[in-house]
Ligand binder design. Sequence first.
Ligand code: MN
Length: 495
Amino acid sequence: MTYEKLLQTLKQSQIIIDERHLHQVFEFANKAHAGQKRLSGEDYITHPLSVARILAQWKQPQIVIEAAILHDTVEDTHVTLSDIEKQFGSEIAFLVDGVSKVSQVKIKNKLKLTHIETLQKMFVAMAKDIRVIMIKLADRYHNLITLDALPEAKRKHIAHNTIEIYAPLAERLGMGKIKGELEDLSFPHVRPKSYSWVIKVAKEHFEIAEKITKDTIKELKKILSNNKLNTQINGRPKHKYSLYKKLTRKDINKDFSKIHDLIALRVITRNKTDCYTCLGLIHNHFKPVPHLGVSDFIAQPKPNGYQSIHTKVFDHHGRIIEIQIRSQIMHHQAEYGAAAHCLYSDIKNQQGIDQDKIDKTISYGNQNNNWLTELANWQNQINNPNEFIDNLKLDALCHRIYVYTPNGDVIDLPIDSTPVDFAFAIHGDLGFYIQAAKVDQKIVTLDRKLKSGDVVEIIKSKNRRHPSREWLRFVKTAKARSEIKKILAKIDQSS
Ligand code: MN
């Protein structure tokens, strides 16, 4: 992987860049990592360059690409955050800092389900910005590709927490494509036997599905172009891990005849209206399957913002095929989710809605102007706090902090919480045995405001103690407050 290859990918993705600035960033990182090697023996700089290239493939703006090139400098070299800020400004420094913080999130080997969600929230809260999560996902993606250089236990651990934490996070953020790819890269390491089983048994089914898809695409093309609809039609094989999960579901019970989306047949239209016109034409030609029928996620988007119409129809041999219909913008959003949102708002902030620029950034094939109106609508929908963004709860998460117990469990607390809140959150009784508190192994005062990522330890007294009235001045959680008050009231009564 070289700087030239990154430039090539940026050009292919039609991302507008200031080449001089990008080159300065590259030189800076290259110098910082000089002499460092990866376990594979390659120069270290190939890693940040590869991460930047993955983000270029995901069509991220220049600032994200640059932060990716710098993402390991603060953690792994003599470079400091203020060096980066001086050289390249505070926004890039903010992104690099976010990536370093997220990288410090510790993930235990075996997690309870409730911890997985808390850990995901911690991730988002520490990242503070969706772009940081994008860089971290790309970082993880590249580490998975180069996993073979690592010893088995480490490989399994990385693959495992990708499936538990990173992939579901990508899904929550609506990044369907990235979620599927992360799972497929992890699958062979996490469940090698199941992986080879799926590959083996699915082979002939994929071959049949491919043939059916080819014929159907040909027919669809004819129908749609006869009706002057400008569309792109493609068939994409289902991701292996998601196929495995579906096959092992009780209602499917490894029966391939019950899986109709082995190859997802997609019709991508210019705009929303065309989606419904397509649906009409398709149903006019292929009979919809009774009961399985149509799901309209355009009228009712999924909670993560996913929009598309899914319909199951019979082909002329009586076989069931699933067709997904969506517009260009819905398609881009389905694959890149919140990341697509960043891209659009980045472009919008820079130059208002400038169609030319957006066209160059996201290629739409042949289009007319309707999609622009659609983009505006989509933005409005996203700005509506009850819809898409609400589900991400980025802001809400910034009012929470996530700290660790000494054995690595994550505790979710309101912002400005103290070791006393922490003690009561873990166990009501622990609050009455506080002798002292440590944060990151150093003794701190009990009114210390905790930060996300802190490791907090309560040093227990031998005997139960009365809480101090002072504590009421600084505790933040209702639980700590009420427990303390309860005891104090008892003491007052008895005295
Ligand atoms: Mn990295």
